[in-house]
Design a protein around this ligand. Structure first.
Ligand code: SF4
Length: 71
């Protein structure tokens, strides 16, 4: 399992990640991503890991990281 780490100091709030990962992220009123399920750093289920990786690669501010959790 892995989780998405959002660097709030780098994020510029354009919401691209929320568009790519609507299952995990929504946008707040200012366009910043917020986890849909209450966690600050959302858990990424295996079936969404490829899409999460794509979101990380496409984040214009390099504010996203996919972090592997110890099993
Ligand atoms: S894609 Fe990156 S910069 Fe844009 S909202 Fe998501 S984390 Fe922030």
């Amino acid at each position: 399992m892995s989780h998405l780490h959002i660097d709030w100091t780098a994020c510029d709030g354009r919401g691209l990640c929320a568009e790519l990962l609507p299952e995990l992220l929504a946008e707040d009123d200012w366009g910043y991503p917020v986890a849909r399920h209450g966690k600050t750093q959302p858990t990424v289920p295996r079936h969404l890991e490829d899409v999460a990786r794509r979101a990380v690669d496409r984040c214009p501010a390099l504010a996203l990281r996919l972090v592997n959790d110890p099993s």
